[in-house]
Design a protein around this ligand. Structure first.
Ligand SMILES: C[S@@+](CC[C@H](N)C(=O)[O-])C[C@H]1O[C@@H](n2cnc3c(N)ncnc32)[C@H](O)[C@@H]1O
Length: 274
């Protein structure tokens, strides 16, 4: 289903710098997982395979924040006790508050997340983006907008979300236009696999939801299959778009809109009691 753009809010503080994306591949083939394939994906996850930038706990200097990140709304899951900054205590106190928490995975330029944090000053927003340069740019943009409710990390979400965010704490997770990783040897980097869906199920509170978008139809189908077969999630419900309205598109979605490309949007409710 192609997402309508009539909920896009023009009054946002977000401005887009145009980029000429390449169209990229659109032919994404997938099949339901066999038990053996699923078991292999769990084993790979346990072994930390495919983490972008390696396992954040074992990077050189993993327990220290970079100087540019000190005393800012930036974190790395394994550097929260760095005594040179107040990042750890400040993030922990934000997380123990009862402010509704939304998370975006792979925010890129940060347009969607910055806009949401601007519109909902009472909420708390956390973003993960492994590209450090993009993280620094989004951090500076958030500071320029005067945001005090947005925390950013360049950790791989697969580790950081697990260790940093309490179970059941999250209202919504947004995963917008993730890389499908077409090549066989790159599939290991793909976010959506059964253990990632388990992680999302653990972190999103019952009544919350997962919001996913892609311009690659087949990847959308794979994600729908993986999420809907999980007992903690209900089937896609397009009415949940109301819970994020009004919103601005991500950088990739903005490019799709400008170039007449279809986008597939899904909203999966987190069931009660699973
Ligand atoms: C195709 S880009 C889309 C960016 C943005 N969401 C948009 O729609 O314009 C996907 C982004 O996800 C980030 N990413 C991929 N895997 C990630 C992971 N495991 N943890 C955190 N970020 C990740 C990549 O660095 C990349 O910037």
């Amino acid at each position: 289903m192609s997402q309508s753009t009539d909920l896009v809010a023009p009054e946002s503080p977000i401005t887009y710098s145009p980029t000429s994306f390449s169209q990229g591949r659109m032919d994404f083939a997938w099949e339901e997982l066999s038990e053996a394939e699923s078991a292999q994906l769990y084993a790979d996850w346990e072994a930390g395979k495919g983490l972008l930038g390696g396992h954040p706990q074992y990077r050189p200097g993993a327990d220290r924040l970079p100087p540019w990140g000190l005393n800012r709304a930036f974190f790395r899951a394994f550097a929260l006790d760095d005594p040179r900054g107040d990042n750890g205590p400040a993030l922990r106190s934000a997380l123990v508050s009862d402010r509704p928490l939304e998370i975006e995975v792979g925010y890129g330029r940060g347009d969607f997340l910055l806009d949401r944090a601007s519109r909902h000053p009472q909420g708390l927003f956390v973003g993960y983006e492994v590209k450090t340069k993009a993280t620094r740019l989004a951090l500076a943009r958030g500071e320029g907008l005067g945001l005090t409710n947005l925390w950013l990390s360049d950790d791989d979400v697969r580790v950081s979300l697990a260790v940093q965010i309490p179970d059941g704490r999250v209202e919504a997770v947004h995963v917008l236009f993730p890389d499908p990783w077409w090549k066989e040897q790159h599939k290991i980097k793909r976010l959506f696999a059964p253990p990632f869906v388990d992680l999302l199920a653990a972190k999103i509170r019952p009544g919350g939801f997962l919001h996913f978008k892609s311009d690659v139809e087949g990847y959308g189908e794979l994600v729908r299959y993986l999420v809907e077969q999980h007992p903690a999630f209900g089937p896609h419900d397009s009415r949940l778009v109301e819970r994020i309205a009004p919103y601005v598109p991500t950088h990739r979605e903005h490019w799709c809109q400008m170039n007449g490309k279809a986008v597939w949007a899904f909203f999966f409710p987190r069931r009660e009691g699973e």
